[in-house]
Design a protein around this ligand. Structure first.
Ligand SMILES: *Cc1c(COP(=O)(O)O)cnc(C)c1O
Length: 405
């Protein structure tokens, strides 16, 4: 496909990106290759369509097909997730989050969320992000003893600070949240319960983790993570919040929606309701659990002792490595992971003492639960401090053979 581009410089870069991706093992938690049907929708003529507003109430002419496409995406999301209200316009998960803040909080309001160091996200009150600058974040964390969310601390903080919004959701925490308990705490504190399901959405669609929907006021998600859709975001909510959320996304936060992306979201929502997707979601979680167990057996520590999800955080400090060094070593052996921090890490976020792995891409590339013993073996060999370029090249070659290239 890249070869048909008339711009040789970019065509070459795109070809190299495809080669890079196909010849290395993607153990990333937050990205997946979209299906051919999703990609086809992304390159369709709808990409050029200006459709500011909502179906039946647009600012531009010629929106009859755009209206049908958006309504279809909304219907499919409502059916798949069992939501009353759906907004498919958010351009990303973060922008969906910004809209939630806009709908429910005023500048300066307290918000309660998982701290970045415990696996939280920038948009949950980090100082470097609007959420930390424009609101007054209070952070809960995990217990030192078992590295699980400390709901006693969370409740105490909620009753003390009376946040406008309680945020449940994480980027690098491998355990499920107790949504029912969070609902009772939010009720006690009279707060909005926002579940940021950026990572979870695909697992919820696949039926392998509990849906936050019966408990949350509002749920946001990214469509390009485990869900395998186009890069984008989405909001699901109870009907009572329809009016504020509708206005928050447009015109408060966004202008025209990305209509080709909305068509691609519709395609992805159909695909992710199928049996094949449920099997992929289940294999993704089983693979993450097996990989965690195999790495533990090899003497590495997995944060909280394992995972309920598609990802886990692995301590590399006992191997004398920082997270960023471990990431570099694995990359040299053809294994792509993110660096991460431990819950009580003494190193800065930019370095970390851990890596985060995720299994969706591996499963899609044919390396599922049964391959995880080999994946752990490649990883532990690559991380050994006394090995160098030659051994890394050997591992890279073994991986390429397994990936069929
Ligand atoms: C990935 C992620 C987001 C949003 O990411 P986008 O890149 O903006 O789609 C939001 N919250 C959490 C917890 C995430 O992991």
């Amino acid at each position: 496909m890249a070869g048909s581009l008339s711009d040789p410089q970019v065509a070459d870069l795109l070809e190299r990106e495809t080669r890079r991706r196909d010849s290395t093992l993607q153990l990333l938690a937050g990205e997946t290759p979209a299906s051919p049907a999703v990609r086809a929708a992304l390159t369709s003529d709808l990409g050029a369509k200006y459709a500011e507003g909502y179906p039946g109430a647009r600012y531009h002419g010629g929106c009859s097909v755009a209206d049908e496409v958006e309504n279809l995406a909304i219907e499919r999301a409502a059916a798949l997730f069992g939501a009353d209200y759906v907004n498919v316009q958010p351009l990303s998960g973060s922008i969906a989050g910004l809209s939630v803040y806009a709908a429910f909080a005023q500048p300066g309001d307290p918000i309660l969320a998982l701290g970045l160091r415990y696996g939280g996200h920038q948009t949950h009150g980090s100082r470097a992000n609007f959420s930390g600058r424009w609101f007054a974040p209070i952070h809960y964390g995990v217990r030192r003893s078992d590295e699980r969310i400390d709901y006693t601390e969370l409740r105490d903080l909620a009753l003390l600070h009376r946040p406008r919004i309680i945020v449940a959701g994480a980027s690098s925490h491998s355990r499920s949240f107790d949504f029912a308990l969070l609902r009772t705490i939010a009720d006690e504190a009279e707060a909005i319960l926002w579940v940021d399901a950026a990572h979870l959405a695909g697992l919820v669609a696949g039926g392998v983790v509990d849906s936050p929907l019966p408990h949350a006021d509002v749920v946001t998600l990214s469509t390009h993570k485990v869900l395998q859709g186009p890069r984008g975001g989405m909001i699901l909510a109870r009907d009572e919040h329809r009016a504020v959320l509708q206005k928050a996304v447009h015109p408060f936060v966004q202008g025209g929606p990305s209509m080709n992306s909305i068509a691609a979201k519709a395609v992805c929502l159909r695909e992710s309701g199928g049996e094949g997707f449920a099997q992929y979601a289940a294999a993704t979680v089983t693979s993450a659990q097996r990989l965690g167990e195999a790495l533990t057996a090899a003497g590495l520590r997995v944060v909280s002792g394992g995972t309920d999800l598609h990802l886990a955080v692995v301590d590399v400090s006992e191997r004398g490595l920082t997270g960023i060094e471990a990431q570099r070593r694995l990359a040299s052996a053809g294994i792509v992971v993110d660096r991460a921090v431990l819950p009580f890490d003494s190193r800065p976020v930019t370095e970390g003492s851990a890596i985060r792995f995720g299994t969706p891409c591996a499963v899609l590339a044919g390396l599922g639960p049964d391959a995880m013993g080999d994946v752990a073996d490649w990883m532990t060999r690559a991380l050994a401090v006394d090995v160098g370029a030659t051994q890394h090249a050997d591992i890279r070659h073994e991986i390429q053979l397994r990936l069929g290239g």
